[in-house]
Design a protein around this ligand. Structure first.
Ligand SMILES: O=C1C[C@@H](C(=O)O)NC(=O)N1
Length: 373
């Protein structure tokens, strides 16, 4: 429901979020709900990464212990350790509800261990050292995923190669250079549901539009706001993929405004300790990641309104993603926003010794959450 000054969104779902581990996870997991969301599609790039059914179920149980009110959909990290048998096990684990010594808590019929598999090309971002180098090697895995109707989530960048002038790859063209891989994967596995994660370029938007209904694309809140000028020299806005040119940002905005059903929110909210965001050394760049979870729904409402797409908020933050992932929304769960003036984003959130600094700290947002049922 939308009036001039209030909006209700049914069961907002964030289809790409980093909830970390240990004390940092204790701090940031509760921010999913604080930001208005009731579903979190959880990334597996922990240290060590989440690579099998047992680890995914254990991680899910840890997240549920922190905040049981959120639905967590888990992912496995694509690596040579993954096998077609493991794919089948992950898909059907919830039916058993107990893996080895692990009790996974109250089991719903659809409580599968993993909804998707996330592919990180080697070295492109946080904890991607164990990422992949060739997609063909993984075709047996993709075949099993297609049979089991599991989702393949792609970090869509090829690795930068600064020492190789002939390849001419850097952070600005790493995403367009990846798109031939997406096209090839979709042609080889037309029934496999694939999500190109956190698209940042007009080329990516056009490519996904041109492919079949099994290919979708997530868009972050921060890429709707940032361009190159905002992260060059401003480490808090540095993330992977980096924000691109104004025309690329326009393409992201336009596809949301158009209401294209295969483009939906995945925040890629990625918390890092402030010391890792604000400092770099010649051998160690600052950490890649922008943290939006605790302000996410008001921030997305603010941004969509700024380019005339507020009427697309419900579909972008709930309907389209839920349809692609086949996760029906629960109309009893509504997050209500109210227009506000003078609301400034908090400077930081803390718990114990952990601290996180949100995107847009100190800036004004025009919406706040008033009710979250
Ligand atoms: O893909 C990613 C990973 C994320 C992280 O910090 O885990 N940070 C990013 O900026 N992009």
């Amino acid at each position: 429901m939308t009036t001039a000054d209030t909006i209700s969104v049914t069961a907002p779902a964030d289809f790409h979020v980093h909830l970390r581990q240990g004390a940092l996870s204790e701090l940031v997991t509760s921010h999913v709900r604080l930001g208005g969301f009731t579903l979190a599609y959880v990334m597996p790039n922990l240290q060590p990464p989440i690579k099998n059914t047992e680890e995914a179920l254990l991680y899910k149980a840890q997240l549920q212990a922190i905040d049981p009110t959120v639905e967590y959909l888990m992912t496995l990290y694509l690596s040579p350790d993954l096998t077609p048998d493991e794919i089948r096990k992950a898909k059907h684990a919830g039916v058993v509800g107990k893996i080895g010594r692990l009790s996974v808590g109250p089991v719903q019929a659809d409580n599968i261990a993993s909804t998707g598999v996330k592919s990180y090309p080697r070295g492109v971002t946080t904890n991607s050292d164990g990422g992949i180098e060739s997609y063909e090697t993984y075709y047996p895995i993709f075949r099993a995923m297609e049979e089991e109707d599991m989702v393949l989530n792609l970090h869509g960048e090829v690795p930068s190669a600064p020492s190789d002038p002939s390849s001419n790859i850097c952070v600005l063209n790493a995403e367009p250079s990846f798109l031939p891989h997406l096209i090839k994967l979709h042609a080889a596995f037309p029934k496999l549901r694939i999500v190109l994660e956190h698209a940042t370029t007009r080329a990516a938007v056009e490519c996904v539009k041109s492919l079949g209904d099994t290919v979708a694309c997530t868009i972050t809140a921060h890429h709707l706001a940032l361009t190159v000028d905002d992260w060059a020299g401003q480490s808090w806005n540095f993330c992977k993929p980096v924000a691109k040119f104004p025309d690329d940002r326009q393409a992201l905005r336009d596809v949301i405004k158009e209401g294209h059903p295969r483009f939906f929110l995945g925040s890629d909210s990625a918390p890092h300790p402030p010391t890792k965001k604000s400092t770099s050394t010649p051998s160690q760049p600052c950490a890649a990641g922008v943290y939006t979870s605790p302000i996410l729904l008001p921030l997305v409402a603010h941004l969509l309104e700024s380019f005339g797409a507020l009427d697309k908020l419900e579909n972008f933050t709930s309907g389209f993603g839920r349809a692609f992932y086949q996760r029906p929304s629960n109309s009893a769960r509504q997050t209500k926003l109210r227009r506000i003036s003078g609301r400034v984003v908090e400077a930081k959130w803390t718990k114990g010794t952990e601290e996180v600094v949100p995107f847009w700290a100190g800036k004004e947002i025009g919406w706040e959450i008033v009710e979250d049922e």
